[in-house]
Write a protein that binds this ligand. Structure first.
Ligand SMILES: C[S@@+](CC[C@H](N)C(=O)[O-])C[C@H]1O[C@@H](n2cnc3c(N)ncnc32)[C@H](O)[C@@H]1O
Length: 295
């Protein structure tokens, strides 16, 4: 039996394990429905073993003996809210990197310059990285804005908000410390300008001068309408909507329109939204970048 299906128990003689039965079809559907109703994420059949593996680890950590016992604890246990947050962190894919989509960042840099020059009365430019995971995307956004706006004669102040459903990911983002391996994507100029060696050998931290432009906050995109963000000049949302059903993607993007300032830019990942139109949004014809401007 695969390790993911084993439940371990500490005994006098050391660690023994009791096998967990494979997750039944009805149970899988129950977990799928729970995850989708609370986070919007759909879990395909191909990811059943991923779910089983992660639940099993968590069951083992907490000492539950069955998927059902854990399911009940997630709903009614004394630590249900905290436990749900832990589980969501385990079940979300937080893969990310600096400047993951270089074309999008080029477009954002050009946009920021034009937006600021055509609106000299605007003193602050707010940008938002939605589903920012461990922060690399939000810091990339800040680096581009700093590079491009600092050269303007009347550079506006800018700020970047990073939001995500995973609190542990956000904690890492706020600290802003990354391994040398992660920095490769930054190139020499950005590394030298915005990162400095951390006390931890082989790690680098975002310089305070840049870090002070960012804030990170927990936000479930299913609750966008209650989020305080508004008047955003730039919203970047990539590799998040891919986990959602198409009707929900459209619903989320419609809510994002209301968060944009007039003239603001919305950037999604390539191919993440099809056949979407909005009376206030004009698509940008940019090869390789999916973007719209709010009228
Ligand atoms: C694959 S990462 C993308 C990171 C970054 N945007 C990028 O493109 O590199 C997806 C992120 O979306 C977050 N996420 C998933 N469901 C979410 C939800 N309902 N609300 C907010 N964030 C969510 C995950 O926690 C994860 O950090």
């Amino acid at each position: 039996m695969a390790e993911s299906q084993q439940h371990y128990k500490a005994g006098r003689a050391g660690w023994q394990y009791q096998p967990l039965p494979a997750m039944e079809e009805a149970q899988f559907r129950q977990w799928q429905a729970l995850l989708e109703s609370r986070t919007g994420m759909t879990l395909s059949r191909e990811r059943k073993s991923f779910l089983e593996a992660n639940l099993t680890i968590r069951l083992r950590e907490l000492g539950h003996s069955s998927y059902q016992a854990y399911y009940e604890a997630i709903h009614h246990g004394p630590r249900a809210v905290v436990e749900w947050a832990t589980l969501v962190d385990r079940l979300t894919v937080q893969e990310t990197r600096f400047f993951r989509d270089p074309d999008a960042f080029r477009l954002i840099g050009d946009f920021a310059v034009e937006y600021s020059q055509s609106r000299p009365e605007i003193r602050g430019l707010a940008a938002w990285s939605l589903g920012c995971a461990t922060g690399e995307e939000a810091y990339s956004l800040a680096m581009v804005l700093q590079e491009r706006l600092a050269k303007l004669p009347a550079a506006p102040y800018f700020s970047v908000t990073g939001s995500d459903i995973s609190q542990p990911a956000l904690n890492k983002a706020s600290i802003g410390v990354y391994s040398a391996r992660k920095l490769v994507a930054l190139g020499e100029h950005y590394q030298g300008s915005y990162m400095e060696p951390d006390q931890q050998q082989g790690f680098y931290r975002v310089r305070d001068s840049l870090r002070q432009r960012l804030c990170f906050t927990r936000l479930n995109v299913m609750e966008l309408d209650q989020a305080p963000m508004q008047g955003m000049a730039i919203i970047l949302c990539q590799n998040l909507l891919i986990y959602f059903r198409h009707w929900r993607r459209r619903q989320i993007v419609n809510s994002l329109v209301a968060k944009l300032a007039p003239g603001g830019l919305l950037v999604l990942g390539q191919g993440e939204l099809s056949h979407w139109q909005h009376p206030d949004m004009v698509p940008l014809k940019n090869k390789g970048v999916m973007a719209w401007i709010r009228q």
